[in-house]
Structures are given as C-alpha cells and as structure tokens.
Design a protein around this ligand. Sequence first.
Ligand code: ZN
Length: 283
Amino acid sequence: MKAVARIPRTGLPPPLASSFPLQKSYNPVFVHILLLSDIHSNLEALDACLAAAPAHDLVVNLGDTVGYGANPNEVIARAQALGRIFVRGNHDRAVTGLMDLDDFNPAAGLATLWTRDQLTPANLDWLRSLPQGPIHLDELPGIQFVHGSALDEDEYIVSAHDAIAPLIANPVPVTFFGHTHLQGGFMLQGKIDEAYRPVYRTVGQSESSDWPLRKDKDCRYLINPGSVGQPRDGDWRAAFAMFDSEAWIVTFYRVPYNLRLAQEKILVANLPRRLATRLATGR
Ligand code: ZN
C-alpha cells in the first residue's frame, strides 16, 4: 500500500463505532464483482475493459454511463446486458433533464445536449429510471455503491480531506464510488486517514494492482475503480476494478484501448474537440 496523504484528524467526532455486524464467515453469492464507473459513451474503452476483466459473478455500474463520448446508445446496450445493478450519475440525470446544466462547463453542456438528441426514447427512459445511490445488496453486507458519496450523489471526493466526512458519517465498511474519474481510494482507521493510489509499472500496457483491505471493524474504505471512458488521473488507459468479497482484495486495472477511434468518432460527431484530445492525456 502506498500512502500519499496522511492527515491527522483533530477536533473530529470520536473513533468509529461501527454498527455493521462484521461476520467472520458468510457465504456470499457474489464473490467476484466487476466495478465499472464513468463509462461516458466511450465504446472502445468499455470493450477493452470487458475483454480484460477476469471472470466475475456480478457487475456494478457506478454511474455516468453517458456524456462526453460518441456512442451513447451502443454503450447503454452493453451496460444493460451486463446486469441490473446501477447507480445514477449526474450526466445520466442531466441528459434526461432531471438536472439542469448550470453546473456543467460548456463542453459538458454541449455533449449533454448532443447525447440527448442521439438517444432513443427507450434509452432516455432507462436513464431516467436509474436509482439514486447509495445502493445496498442483501447479499453483500457492509458494502454500498454510490456515484459521488453516500451523503451527496454529486459530491467530488478528491482528497483524503474530502473523504473524512463521508467515511465518518456512514457505518459501512466499504463504499465504492465514482464521479471524480480518479482511480484509488481512501481508508479511515481510528484517527488515521490515508489516500491510496495504485502503482503501475508502465504507461501503455495492460496492468493490475492489488489493494488488500483490512477486515477490521475499525476500518472504513472509499474506493473508486476509476473511469472507464474518460480517466482524469493522468493515465490515458481505461480503468476499472474487481473486488473479491471473500478475500477482501480490490484489484485495480488499466487497459489500453483504441483511443484514436474513440477520438475520431467524437470529432466526426462535431462534439467539442477538447473531449477528444483530453482522452490522450487522461486529463
Ligand atoms: Zn463522470
């Protein structure tokens, strides 16, 4: 584990008193969970992730299936075929009109209007019906799924400091989140709050990186699988994660994909040029 931030907590509520009954042994139905987030209509990136993903029992989609990229209908079809566990994202809401575009920058706003225009009525209805997080599954006690945070679906948890309030407020050991497009996570143990970023050896190969979690009732985690379709952590490769709910190991992945094709489609669609160029730098 590589800690990149260590922030002593002062003047904060007393140490965690988890109300979650941590069972020593149970028989989970879903052992290997594939976590996808922020696909953003990038079909090439999604296909590369699905090709690289190991066998899994469940797929969880943490939101923002659409927005920015050029293949919203195709990506929705893939996402629907993968399973039924979804959390809605802000772009999913904006495209359907459930949220106004005031908080969107011009490129995001234009992409939202373009996407709305492209989507079939059935896909617009489907996006509108996606549930707000947090999502809990009976089969996975102690785990929840959100887009931004469990306190606010639109919150950006970027730093260890941002993570403190949601980690303290929620008596849930593991929260998977998205929204920031930054792969990694945060751990709170007693008074120690740490940020975690997976370490990779290359910038262009398929790679994975394990983060073993502590099954300790004093530990809470916020974990972001990264963005499939528009990474912003300086790594252009598509990102996803697997969670082994028995061994409590998160495995982060980065996979190269057909970047040029995804960029070309954005340009051909007359979407803002920046949405194509940013994919190359992962910013
Ligand atoms: Zn997003």
